[in-house]
Ligand binder design. Structure first.
Ligand SMILES: [Zn+2]
Ligand SMILES: [Zn+2]
Length: 384
């Protein structure tokens, strides 16, 4: 285990030093492929510019998938770590370097037990998670159609290192992004009666959204609405023709999401009309909420505990995660890995404690190993 830990720490530090932003994970992809090839793990050709697919086992069903993500963020690192990012303005501030390394570690451990696997483990090294553009293209390749269950992890700076956060049901939100363009009519700041100022309208829309959207959703169902950007005008004495509002709606179910979207559209349209403006509302595509299967979450918790890992009930998060797309296809479980309490995800001082890499790898390998045993047992049961 000590040897595995040392190996994984070296891999992790290398990934951390060389972060790459979404869609540009070229070096990362090459490194992953090189490690897997060196360890004799078979690669599956993935027809995408970045990302990788591999498998352990011989392609027989059942198939369980372990997914991790590869991309970093446009953040200037301020951790002061010896192995801090060598790329100015780019940092693994979401712990995806930790995820990749853990899945690589699991691959090493599973490879040692390949002949005893009761099925196949598919390894997904997914690009572009941060921009929600990674999971759907990987799924569209059709290379995952035989997968029965999906597992993924995320670092958690609110959980102590060595503890896992596991929960059934909705654990991460649908991260909708909306944009509202308010059209008025520009003019002289001294003559508002001859123009239609979109700024007070935009301010009213922002305030109304903050109150009305959560007000339409049950207080027992989490919902967040944040207007995060408001932009209009270029001069102190000119009424602009347009104003732009942008923000995010976070919900935990498709029903609340639909209610939220409808309310945002209606408020923008009606409020704009009241001010003599018009509004154009656009929603950009976003993944659904991450909803963990109850049986698989319980199985994951039992597996962790049997390995002596502490498990706590994971707090749901209003952050989004495109792992949700896989769960639209098949059941699975997304697990939070405590990597030491510290600055939050996406923070320039975020750090994931590498001392728990080998433990995480062992947990992941054991989880899918046991799931395959369980699934193949129940399949035989059905045949007989
Ligand atoms: Zn992130
Ligand atoms: Zn992330």
């Amino acid at each position: 285990m000590k040897q595995l830990q040392e190996k994984l720490e070296a891999i992790f530090q290398d990934f951390h030093r060389h972060p790459e932003i979404s869609g540009k994970e070229f070096r990362t992809t090459e490194k992953i492929k090189a490690y897997l090839t060196e360890w004799g793990v078979s690669l599956i050709s993935l027809p995408l510019p970045t990302g990788a697919l591999a498998q352990i086992g011989f392609g027989n069903r059942p198939v369980a998938a372990l997914r991790c993500d590869l991309d970093a963020l446009p953040v200037q690192e301020e951790t002061g770590l010896l192995y801090a990012s060598e790329v100015p303005g780019c940092m693994h501030a979401c712990g995806h370097d930790f995820h990749m390394t853990s899945v690589l570690g699991a691959a090493l451990l599973l490879k040692e037990r390949e002949s005893r696997l009761k099925g196949t483990v598919r390894l997904i090294f997914q690009p572009s998670e941060e921009v929600n553009e990674g999971a759907v293209p990987v799924l569209r390749t059709g290379l995952l159609e035989d997968v029965s269950e999906y597992y993924g992890i995320h670092t958690d700076p609110e959980i102590e290192a060595g503890t896992l956060g596991i929960r059934e049901g909705a654990v991460m939100a649908c991260p909708d992004h909306f944009q509202i363009r308010i059209h008025g009519r520009g003019g002289h700041g001294a003559q508002p009666h001859l123009s239609v100022n979109p700024i007070p309208c935009a301010a009213s829309v922002a305030l109304a959204l903050q109150q009305a959207v959560p007000g339409k959703i049950s207080p027992f169902s989490p919902c967040v609405l944040s207007v995060c950007r408001i932009q209009a005008g270029d001069a102190w004495n000119v009424i602009p023709g347009q104003a732009l509002l942008e923000g995010t709606l976070r919900t935990m179910s498709e029903k609340d999401r639909a209610t939220g979207i409808l309310t945002i559209r209606e408020i923008a349209e009606h409020m704009a009309k009241a001010w003599g403006c018009t509004a154009e509302t656009v929603f950009f595509s976003a993944p659904p909420p991450v909803v963990n299967n109850a049986d698989l979450a319980a199985f994951a918790a039992e597996t962790a505990q049997s390995l002596g890992i502490r498990v706590i009930q994971q707090e749901p998060s209003m952050i989004g995660e495109d792992f949700a797309e896989y769960l639209q296809e098949k059941p699975g479980c997304f697990i939070r890995v405590g990597t030491g309490i510290g600055p939050g995800l996406h923070h320039s001082k975020f750090r994931a404690d590498p001392s728990v890499l080998s433990g995480t790898a062992e947990f992941l390998s054991e989880l899918v190993f046991r799931r395959l045993e369980k699934m193949s047992g129940s399949q035989h049961g059905k045949e007989s």
